[in-house]
Write a protein that binds this ligand. Structure first.
Ligand SMILES: Nc1ncnc2c1ncn2[C@@H]1O[C@H](COP(=O)(O)OP(=O)(O)OP(=O)(O)O)[C@@H](O)[C@H]1O
Ligand SMILES: O=P(O)(O)OC[C@H]1O[C@H](OP(=O)(O)OP(=O)(O)O)[C@H](O)[C@@H]1O
Length: 214
């Protein structure tokens, strides 16, 4: 039997994915707190690689991983072609335009400076609104940008709103919601169809039980 290889994101989504895999009996080989990057389960013929969230799509696109668990934000930001097969429900948050509380003064005819980790998503959003922007690409702590005058607004993920609040910012515009997705390599989906569909069925059963309890 062929191995099924799954790419998991390090960090918060990886932790949720691990819980899911344990619950459906496939996470036995993973030691989450270790520094190891690859875990093989010979008995179940399944293996896992731990990579940066933004690299999950690359591993799946190239067929090194058959499946991946990653946020919709990362899928939208990448230009890779992967098959999105299941909404996993966890990792729930939204994209928003935010800025300094009470200072939503931007105008259509002025160039808006937008700080973000997600330049593609931000550009598409403002293009559709006909708003001219200048993107300032950051890699984290995006909320700092308006506070120090680096940008007028930010485009970022908001879950509880605590990070915005703690920094005196507020949501100016809600964009859209996101969750974690199970993605699949298109060739793997055809050639490993039986095993992949079984796995999808187990996840769906888990989702049914999980979301009833929560
Ligand atoms: N506050 C949040 N609440 C819920 N889900 C979130 C939140 N922030 C990010 N996510 C989801 O979790 C994924 C991974 O987030 P995480 O914070 O672990 O990594 P990151 O800091 O974005 O990655 P990197 O290490 O590449 O900078 C995101 O792509 C998104 O889908
Ligand atoms: O609404 P909240 O519940 O406060 O969550 C939102 C924060 O979570 C994410 O940051 P993350 O923790 O990934 O840190 P980062 O700045 O490195 O992206 C996101 O970029 C926001 O900063």
């Amino acid at each position: 039997m062929d191995y099924i290889n799954i790419a998991l994101a390090k960090g918060r989504l990886g932790d949720e994915a691990y819980k899911l895999l344990k619950a459906i009996g496939l996470g036995e080989s993973i030691v989450p707190e270790s520094r190891k990057l690859i875990f093989k389960d010979e008995e179940r013929k399944i293996s896992f690689v731990y990579v940066k969230p933004s690299d999950v799509v690359t591993y799946v696109q190239n067929g090194v991983a058959d499946l991946g668990i990653v946020g919709k934000d990362v899928i939208l930001e990448s230009d890779n072609d992967v098959y999105e097969i299941l909404d996993l429900g966890f990792g729930k948050c939204k994209f928003a335009v935010a800025g300094i509380k009470g200072k939503k003064t931007y105008k259509k005819d002025e160039v808006l400076r937008v700080a973000t980790k997600y330049p593609t998503i931000a550009k598409k959003y403002f293009d559709e609104k006909g708003q001219k922007i200048k993107i300032i690409k950051l890699n984290g702590s995006v909320e700092l940008a308006p506070l120090v005058g680096l940008s007028d607004v930010i485009v970022d993920l908001v879950e509880t709103g605590n990070t915005l609040k703690a920094n005196g910012l507020e949501v100016f515009e809600d964009m859209f919601g996101i969750t974690a997705k199970l993605i699949c390599n298109r060739v793997s989906y055809r050639f490993k169809y039986d095993r992949i569909s079984k796995l999808i069925e187990s996840i769906k059963e888990w989702e049914g039980m999980y979301y009833e309890d929560n």
